[in-house]
Write a protein that binds this ligand. Structure first.
Ligand SMILES: NC(=O)c1ccc[n+]([C@@H]2O[C@H](COP(=O)([O-])OP(=O)(O)OC[C@H]3O[C@@H](n4cnc5c(N)ncnc54)[C@H](O)[C@@H]3O)[C@@H](O)[C@H]2O)c1
Length: 256
């Protein structure tokens, strides 16, 4: 039996793929499996660093500056991808506002911050999905992966509410797009030591200590600890999986 993990000939868009984030690890994972990767981020210069690093490793990549909350900007990102690489097979909806939202209690959040949080974290993922689905249909199918969070289980912040909404987006789009050969799944990571993640639950903080008590294995992971599940959900090996949330958090979600 041969299990096919290859992404040779595939084209992927990873949003939030700026240097130092989980999106960088996602982009490099897909490139290492053979995909041509568009590193898309509102911080275009930091996405450029990732694209250059992939090329230096022998892969194929380009950077695109995008605001995923802006429909025209998303359309331009998809148009650029199709012009450069001929189509789209994989979308990773990873871009989000996290540090900007997570610490603010819901009762103290401004309407402006609430609206922007939902516009980026929820509407942005929906806009990207809507824009790539017709391109995936042209190629006979595709893979969409949404990035939720341990912070959605249960949601205890506005950030968590947006990440829980992505679970609903996942099941809804999985049902709608399945007949087109497109799978839609969700990864829910625990605290991951990206540059931003290091600021959320540093050693000795009460949140970190709580996670350390609850985790069955590692309470905190590295961006590369998410690579295997992304490859499963995007490669031929995972073709039967759709509409699922996969928790990658050392068992914290079991709340023993
Ligand atoms: N680090 C963690 O502990 C952790 C845990 C669970 C889930 N997550 C999720 O993983 C993803 C990546 O997190 P990270 O730790 O790398 O944090 P991060 O802040 O480095 O990554 C988010 C990226 O999204 C980009 N972005 C923000 N708004 C955008 C917009 N409007 N358009 C395009 N790009 C935009 C940012 O520039 C940034 O590069 C996020 O969805 C986050 O919610 C992170």
């Amino acid at each position: 039996m041969n299990v096919d993990w290859s992404l040779d000939g595939k084209v992927a868009i990873v949003t939030g793929a700026a240097a130092g984030g989980i999106g960088e690890a996602y982009a490099r994972t897909l490139a290492s499996a053979g995909a041509s990767v568009v590193c898309a981020d509102i911080q275009g210069d930091k996405a450029e660093l990732v694209a250059k690093a992939i090329e230096a490793d022998g892969g194929e990549a380009r950077a695109v500056s995008v605001d995923i909350a802006d429909e025209a900007s998303v359309a331009a990102m998809v148009g650029d991808t199709v012009s450069a690489f001929g189509g789209v097979d994989i979308l990773v909806n990873n871009a989000a506002l996290m540090l900007q939202l997570a610490p603010i209690p819901a009762m103290q959040m401004s309407r402006q911050d609430w609206d922007r949080g939902f516009a980026v974290n929820v509407t942005g993922a929906w806009l990207c999905t809507k824009a790539v689905a017709p391109e995936m249909e042209k190629r006979g199918g595709g893979r969409i992966v949404n990035q939720s969070s341990l912070g959605a289980f249960p949601a205890a912040t506005v950030y968590g509410i947006t990440k829980l909404a992505l679970v609903g987006l996942t099941t809804t789009m999985a049902a709608e797009l399945g007949p087109l050969g497109i799978s839609v799944n969700c990864i829910a990571p625990g605290i991951t030591e990206s540059e931003a993640g290091k600021l959320i639950a540093g050693p000795g903080t009460p949140y970190r200590e709580m996670l350390e008590q609850q985790a069955a294995t590692m309470a905190v992971g590295q961006p590369e600890d998410l690579a295997g599940v992304l490859l499963l959900l995007t490669s031929p090996a995972g073709r039967w999986i759709t509409g699922q949330v996969i928790h990658v958090s050392g068992g914290v979600v079991m709340r023993p």
